[in-house]
Design a binder for this molecule. Structure first.
Ligand code: F6P
Length: 384
């Protein structure tokens, strides 16, 4: 064990939506930090745990055997230090968060999370606490990195689901609309859609025309293709909605979550008729059934996409990112997100990645490939 580390003590937290690979990343950060002689503290439930001054020691046995486990042993939350619900009030607890870290002599906080976490970490950093972040999310939408951990596993899960939908759609000669997560971006729907051979893929970056989608389904039927699978990202919107300025905003579960947040109720999903709205997959299926006369069904994959054991690729990625964090900590290099660029992990200044989200470029090779295999992207009629 090397004891010459510039960093003496770190705190690790996981924040935002969970995803497969968080435990693999916690393990890699903790084990490599311990290797360099750094004391490791776990912080439960994301930034809330930090604000509430909750810490637990993470020693080697605590992170042993967690590589393959889904979720996060630390627990997570979407709480933001600068807008923290404390009882009946929402308060700026940034200074408290930093003071709590200082009271434990934490040299650097290691924050594992998506876009929200990058922003929150940057705020903590501006308040004087060193941070290092790792890019996590099944949405793959963190700026500055080629890929986020959790995405590959979610793509595998969603692809398997689409495969299963194929067999039942084929047997019943149906159209099945499958809604996937992805927040405001289409990476997951596009990736799983291509890998699962979806016939139509609708993503927020390419507003769709339902007439075009209907024509594509009819063309397929004319060519004796008696089933169709439509992979739709939760943020997808029609050309009209995009023209009217509707943001690529998630439907279903996410909008329920947003209304829960606004109303401050944990049970808002089932609360009253004003919150019950037609989900995106149901609306698209209903419209296409009306336009084509073809029988349609829906499936929303929801949180299944975030569950389960990480894929070997995500385990590798988490191990590479986490151990890179360990090395930077030993060298005393802070205030970066560790990004993936090609086959390398590289530190990127946090301020460069903590604003906005990474959408699918419309000239991305995945879109080109999808169109070349006659997948309808919702904006123009494809040959079948
Ligand atoms: O960011 C990950 C994600 O799963 C998004 O794809 C989705 O929009 C959102 O989280 C759902 O959040 P929650 O689990 O809080 O409802």
């Amino acid at each position: 064990m090397s004891r010459n580390s510039k960093t003496k003590c770190i705190g690790i937290l996981t924040s935002g939506g969970d995803c497969p690979g968080l435990n693999a990343a916690i393990r890699a950060v903790a084990k490599s930090a311990i290797h360099y002689g750094i004391k490791v503290l776990g912080i439960p439930d994301g930034f809330r745990g930090l604000v509430e001054n909750r810490f637990l020691p993470l020693d080697d046995p605590d992170v042993s055997g967690i590589l393959t486990r889904g979720g996060t042993i630390l627990g997570t939350s979407r709480d933001k230090p600068h807008k923290m619900r404390m009882g009946d009030q929402v308060l700026d607890m940034t200074k408290v968060a930093v003071a709590n870290a200082r009271s434990r002599e934490i040299d650097c906080l290691v924050c594992l999370g998506g876009n929200g976490t990058q922003k929150n970490a940057q705020r903590i950093r501006e308040a004087g606490q060193n941070v290092i972040t790792l890019p996590k999310t099944i949405d793959n939408d963190v700026i500055g990195t080629d890929v986020t951990f959790g995405f590959n596993t979610a793509m595998n899960t969603a692809t398997e689901a689409i495969d299963r939908l194929h067999t039942t759609a084929t047997s019943h000669h149906r159209v099945i609309v499958c809604e996937l997560m992805g927040h405001k971006t289409g990476w997951l729907a596009l990736g799983a859609g291509i890998a699962g051979g979806a016939d139509v893929i609708l993503i927020p970056e390419i507003p769709y025309d339902r007439g075009v989608v209907a024509a594509h389904l009819i063309e397929r039927r004319k060519h004796n293709k008696r089933f169709s699978i439509i992979a739709v990202a939760e943020g997808a919107r029609s050309i009209k909605e995009a023209r009217d300025g509707k943001p690529a905003k998630p439907s279903g579960v996410e909008s329920a979550r947003q209304s829960q947040g606004k109303k401050g109720h944990a049970h808002a999903l089932h609360e009253g008729p004003h919150l019950v709205q037609e989900s995106l997959d149901s609306r698209i299926a209903r419209q296409l059934q009306q336009l084509t006369g073809l029988e349609a069904r829906t499936t929303s994959l929801g949180h299944v996409q975030r569950g389960g054991s990480p894929s070997p690729q995500d385990r590798m990625l988490c191990t590479l990112l986490g151990t890179e964090a360990g090395q930077l900590l030993a060298e005393g290099k802070y205030n970066v997100m560790i990004a993936v660029r090609g086959s390398k992990t590289v530190p990127v200044p946090l301020e460069e990645v903590s604003n906005g989200h990474r959408t699918v470029p419309i000239d991305h090779p995945w879109i080109h490939a999808a169109e070349l295999v006659e997948t309808c992207m919702g904006n123009r009629i494809r040959r079948t």
